[in-house]
Design a protein around this ligand. Structure first.
Ligand code: F6P
Length: 354
């Protein structure tokens, strides 16, 4: 069978491990041929391809990024986008397509499935906010990068008696902030799911410093919101990508100013940005991505189209794409309560706006 592969949306470490696993099992066990479509859905619309054989995937397991490159191109934004995708796949003799991406990429995959194209999805995003799977690959690597950054910020905060505000990625869900905040021992964790009262944040920091602790670490997701700002996140500019997403970023700078103004403590902001998506994948992500790639080519040969490989209690299963893209998987109350167990039960610990 001739199988197409593409990587769409924000890149992350592990993409190459998925590609490598799918190609290796496809060649060794199914005698498949593969074609790579470049730059996400743009490569399918514009027929930009590369040969994907054992040689092409040799040595890519530990490499971050994606040999197929990626984009946020949305075929639905073009009047004949879906039709052009179908025509390109037919022209290349592609019988099935493996789409590796987040909710945006996989929502396009669902549209192609509904138009009769045989497509299988693989869940990718550092945000870990895809429904239907316990983990997306890329998330563990991002958390390790942030945890190391928080450890480094700790020593300089302590040296200067400062409050350090660390901004992490996470547009709609605060999984990176939550996991890396717990792992890094943050004193305050702010996530998009719970708009926060900045006066309560300042009060909790003051309370901590009055107990003789002279520094604090605040971890804030880029999509977190000041309760007073009618739920609008802080954006870099008014631009939007082809899926309608704003360019988030900068809440740490605003929050740092507000904390310093209220507490009088020297406060600095660190925005980790795309560092969280760079470099080599962790061992966990290499294994998870490999499992997803192996599952994807098996699903192709079981004709499980319109489905996505998913991790459920450490087993890889196949679920309908519709389930994965229906809504974002946000940080649940159980996880929030777990994190709250690390802090004293005082009134200002509930930082959400009442
Ligand atoms: O979707 C993953 C993600 O890293 C988000 O956390 C972040 O808001 C967004 O991508 C950034 O997109 P871009 O790389 O296009 O600026």
């Amino acid at each position: 069978m001739k199988v197409g592969i593409l990587t769409g949306g924000g890149d992350c470490p592990g993409l190459n491990a998925v590609i490598r696993a799918a190609v290796r099992k496809g060649v060794f066990h199914y005698r498949d041929e593969f074609v790579g479509f470049m730059e996400g859905w743009r490569g399918v619309i514009e027929d930009k391809t590369m040969a994907l054989d054992l040689e092409a995937v040799g040595g890519i397991l530990p490499r971050g990024g994606t040999i197929l490159r990626t984009s946020r191109t949305n075929p639905s934004k073009r009047p004949d986008g879906v039709e052009r995708c179908a025509a390109t796949l037919q022209k290349n003799g592609v019988e099935a397509l493996i789409a590796i991406g987040g909710d945006d990429t996989l929502s396009v995959a669902q549209k192609l499935h509904e138009s009769g194209i045989k497509v299988v999805g693989v869940p990718k995003t550092i945000d870990n906010d895809l429904a239907g799977t316990d983990y997306t690959f890329g998330f563990d690597t991002a958390c390790n990068i942030v945890c190391e950054a928080i450890d480094r910020v700790h020593t300089t905060a302590e040296a200067h008696n400062r409050v350090m505000v660390v901004e992490v990625m996470g547009r709609d869900a605060g999984w990176i902030a939550m996991y890396s905040g717990i792992a890094g021992g943050a004193d305050v964790i702010l996530i998009p799911e719970r708009p926060f009262d900045v006066d309560k944040v300042a009060e909790s920091i003051r309370h901590r410093h009055e107990r003789g602790l002279y520094f604090s670490i605040v971890v804030v997701a880029e999509g977190a919101k000041f309760a007073s700002e009618s739920g609008a996140p802080v954006v870099q500019d008014m631009g939007k990508d082809e899926f309608g997403h704003a360019k988030l970023g900068g809440i740490a700078n605003v929050l740092a100013r507000e904390i310093e103004k209220r507490t009088g403590y020297e406060t600095r902001a660190v925005v980790l940005g795309h560092i969280q998506r760079g470099g080599s994948p962790t061992a966990f992500d290499r294994v998870l991505a490999t499992r997803y790639g192996l599952a994807a080519i098996d699903m192709v040969h079981r004709s499980e189209f319109g489905c996505m490989a998913a991790l459920r209690a450490n087993k890889i299963i196949s679920i309908p794409l519709k389930e994965a893209i229906a809504k974002n998987r946000t940080v649940d109350d159980e996880m929030i309560q777990i994190a709250a167990g690390l802090f004293e039960k005082t009134s200002e610990r509930d930082l959400s706006a009442k």
